[in-house]
Design a protein around this ligand. Structure first.
Ligand code: CP3
Length: 342
């Protein structure tokens, strides 16, 4: 990372250093809320677009140009490394990842992975194409955490209850741990490719970990996520750890090795900071649905989030989860201005 990226508002806030304003970016800032995204994706499948460095570069840059956000996030998906490791899956519009042959038995687990870095050479290439285009704007790399990836592999697709996932976790902890440790290897390999190519930070998405109690999270999930985070401890880039509905898990998710803990809209950032402790920054946490309210409400709530974030050692402004596809992109642009001027 160059000195100017080290000194960027985003990286400094992740490190808890002084900043002129809270940096802001949005989860899913590249995506269907943008007409230019919908246009460039016409007739191109989601996975295919992730494998084309020219498309990845253009789509990653779109929200940076339009909104003036303080960080870019690589356009990809959490299931990209699974597909590259040989899992037969697709990303179905309006549904999400769908796995052709769900992983349920010891033989299924034995057939998974590893991820050879060369199998995601297009990610390395896309990051290297992006860096000169981005200049002083940091690029965030990301991956899915073992629990969230396991949930897609075991369920075969999105789930409300995580029944089959929990059945394996509670019913066959050895198999569960074998699966999650293979997933941790894949995730770590995928993140290393991105770090070696030059990303300025990484975010580990454990989007669905909020389905668990703290005790079960600590027992069945934290050790695997901690291995991923620990494997990047000397990489020199801030590590962000995010999940949805994780109010009771925030402390443990920090302990897994995060420099920044992502918080959804359910927990105010001042309370989250008390739970997480003084050694880590926070990221979040405006409810993405608030962007559909009248502008005065959006502005008031954004100011509240910034004020609550000031109680943390560092604050990266974000939504509490991804931008909803129906969001008016002009509201996002105005929101960036409000945060920059707070
Ligand atoms: O701008 C960004 O945030 C970077 C791009 C990004 C995508 N997926 C692109 C995408 C990121 C960071 C992800 C991560 C991801 N993918 C997560 C973790 C983040 C979260 O939302 O909690 C998860 C759980 C997935 C799995 C997944 N992939 C889902 C749930 C979906 C949405 C299904 C739908 O159509 O509503 C996808 C598909 C996907 N990934 C889209 C995008 C832009 C939409 C597909 C499209 O545009 O055709």
């Amino acid at each position: 990372m160059t000195k100017s990226l080290h000194d960027s508002v985003f990286v400094r806030a992740c490190r808890g250093l002084s900043v002129p304003h809270a940096p802001v970016w949005f989860m899913r800032q590249a995506g269907r809320s943008l007409p230019e995204y919908r246009k460039i994706r016409e007739g191109v499948g989601m996975l295919e677009s992730c494998r084309r460095p020219d498309l990845v570069t253009e789509i990653t840059l779109q929200p940076v140009r339009r909104h003036g956000v303080d960080a870019a996030i690589l356009f990809s998906d959490i299931v990209v490394p699974l597909a590259a490791a040989g899992v037969d899956l697709d990303i179905v519009a309006g549904t999400g990842p769908v796995v052709a042959a769900p992983i349920r038995t010891a033989a299924d687990v034995a057939g998974l992975g590893p991820l050879e870095p060369g199998a995601v050479g297009y990610v390395d290439e896309a990051v290297r194409m992006l860096l000169p285009e981005l200049g002083e704007i940091p690029l965030i790399g990301f991956a899915g955490a073992p629990f969230t990836l396991a949930s897609y592999l075991i369920e075969g697709g999105p789930s409300r209850t995580y029944l089959k996932t929990k059945a394996m976790m509670y019913g066959d902890p050895d198999l569960w741990n074998t699966l999650c440790s293979r997933l941790a290897d894949i995730t770590l390999a995928f993140l290393r490719v991105q770090v070696n190519a030059g990303v300025s930070a990484i975010q580990l998405f454990d989007s669905w970990a909020g389905a668990l109690s703290e005790a079960d999270y600590r027992r069945f999930v934290l050790p695997h996520s901690a291995r991923v985070m620990g494997g990047l401890a000397d990489a020199g880039v801030p590590r962000i750890h995010f999940g949805v509905g994780t109010g009771v898990l925030l402390e443990a998710m920090g302990e897994a090795g995060a420099d920044v803990v992502g918080v959804d809209w359910r927990t105010p950032l001042d309370r989250a900071t008390k739970i997480i402790g003084p050694d880590r920054a926070v990221q979040g946490n405006l409810d993405p649905a608030i962007l559909f309210a009248p502008w005065e409400v959006v502005e008031r709530e954004a100011r509240r989030v910034v004020a609550e974030g000031r109680t943390a050692p560092g604050h990266v402004f974000n939504l509490g989860h991804g931008v909803l596809p129906e969001t008016d992109p002009e509201v996002l642009t105005r929101l960036v201005d409000v945060v920059h001027n707070c």
